[in-house]
Design a protein around this ligand. Structure first.
Ligand code: HEM
Length: 410
């Protein structure tokens, strides 16, 4: 991170047009005009550190191409940087976005990790959770929320994923706190202080998970983590278990909170669209797709070129990094007419790239969609007069986009 911070600053000073994406607070506050500029500059824009695209067709092609992989290949790093990399691996705790987390490993390892947990997250299996999610929303909405993120949007996803994984519910708030500390780990160019805080959050969560695995080894429950601990045949090593459990937990609650927060904020700002959903509740799933498109909870990802290939008419060489700007692809006028308009009846909203694409397509997409649909429908049913009440505040992260504070009154 230290290396990337220096590199991003230096590139920005040299007038790099992409570096601003990683440190300019104005772009963080509203990245959409920036994406429009990137898209206007070409299908693929070349910066000093990486290439990027805000076009839907190009982003989609990169995500689906097997010429690209995820994660840094140490073999391709200059010797000095590779040494630093290995040292930091030794001293840093393994987080949800470090190898061997499936998010940052290529097939065939990726295929193996994903297969171990995929069954629990299929659309069919997730639909079976509907009554349980409705009951959770019902309980969480008993008291009127005063600050929508802490009182509702953050609690629903962590409660549901803790249920699935078998993490005790009394740990929810603790995991939210560790998760908030660790969330900036997805961003590059962090300050040393923020970086240390992310490490502390990850370490505390890992320590708890290790103890939990030991308990499950002695006394398994009927939950996903118990099954992972007791796999027959293809047992997972300690690092693999930690990375998998950490990823499922963090992905389970760090992203859906943003869908719920941004979605609620959009509906409070567009009461006519909320009216439409009241009159035609069958439109809720489509409305959730439009929320995902309009303000993507995950704004960008990255792929590393593994063999020379061409994307958007540009040759990309092995080792080069391409950033598909998911939030930018979702506003591409070639795919979405009038892209800056929020329209819950938009017919092709589901073509958004908010869940990425290709082999790393979000494993939790069905769960996120169901939580979005039930969570928001029940929120506005229970509190029809819900409106913002005071200053809202965005999260300080760049890859993850959503609200940190959303004060409301009912
Ligand atoms: C992967 C978005 C909710 C689990 C991803 C990726 C994105 C994403 C963009 C792929 C990143 C890439 O291609 O580099 C979202 C959004 C969500 C959400 C926007 C909510 C609105 C969830 C939930 C879970 C989850 C609830 C719960 C299990 C995962 C996992 C991966 C993943 C395990 C890694 C998949 C792989 O590498 O094969 N998600 N996610 N996500 N997501 Fe989600």
């Amino acid at each position: 991170h230290g290396f990337m911070r220096v590199a991003v600053r230096r590139a920005a000073r040299r007038g790099d047009r992409l570096a601003a994406f990683f440190h300019d607070p104005a772009i963080r506050a509203d990245p959409y005009p920036f994406y429009d500029r990137v898209r206007a500059a070409g299908p693929v824009v070349r910066g000093q550190l990486m290439l990027a695209t805000a076009r839907h067709d190009v982003a989609s092609a990169v995500l689906r191409s097997d010429a690209f992989g995820v994660g840094v290949s140490e073999r391709r790093l200059p010797a000095g940087v590779a040494l630093l990399f290995r040292l930091s691996r030794r001293t840093s705790p393994i987080g949800p976005v470090d190898p061997p987390s499936m998010l940052v490993v290529d097939p065939p390892d990726h295929t193996r990790y994903r297969r171990l947990v995929a069954k629990v997250f299929t659309a069919r299996a997730i639909e079976g959770l509907r009554p349980r999610i409705e009951q959770t929303c019902d309980e969480l909405l008993r008291d009127a929320p005063a600050e929508l993120i802490a009182d509702y949007a953050a609690l629903l996803p962590v409660t549901v994923i803790a249920d699935i994984l078998g993490v005790p519910q009394e740990m929810r708030r603790q995991f939210l706190a560790w998760g908030a500390a660790a969330a900036p780990t997805l961003d590059i160019g962090l300050s040393f202080r923020t970086y240390r805080r992310t490490e502390r959050g990850i370490k505390a969560s890992n320590d708890w998970l290790r103890g939990h695995f030991a308990r499950l080894r002695a006394q398994p429950g009927n939950d996903l983590l118990s099954r992972l601990v007791h796999l027959e045949g293809e047992q997972l090593g300690d690092d693999e278990l930690l990375a998998t459990a950490g990823l499922l937990l963090a992905a389970g609650f760090e992203t859906t909170v943003n869908l719920l927060g941004s979605g609620a904020a959009l509906l409070m700002r567009h009461p006519e669209q909320l009216e439409l959903l009241r009159a035609e509740p069958q439109r809720w799933p489509g409305a959730v797709e439009e929320m995902l498109r309009y303000d993507s909870p995950v704004q960008s990802t990255a792929r590393v070129c593994r063999r020379e290939t061409e994307v958007g008419g540009v040759t990309v060489r092995p080792g080069q990094v391409v950033v598909p700007m998911l939030g930018g692809a979702n506003r591409d006028p070639a795919v979405f007419a009038d892209p800056a308009t929020f329209d819950v009846t938009r017919a092709n909203a589901r073509e958004h790239l908010s869940f990425s694409g290709g082999v790393h397509y979000c494993l939790g997409a069905a769960l996120a969609r169901l939580e979005g649909e039930i969570g928001l429908r029940m929120l506005f049913e229970r509190h029809p007069g819900l409106r913002t009440n005071g200053a809202t505040k965005r999260r300080p992260t760049r890859v993850l986009r959503g609200y940190e504070l959303l004060p409301v009154t009912t």
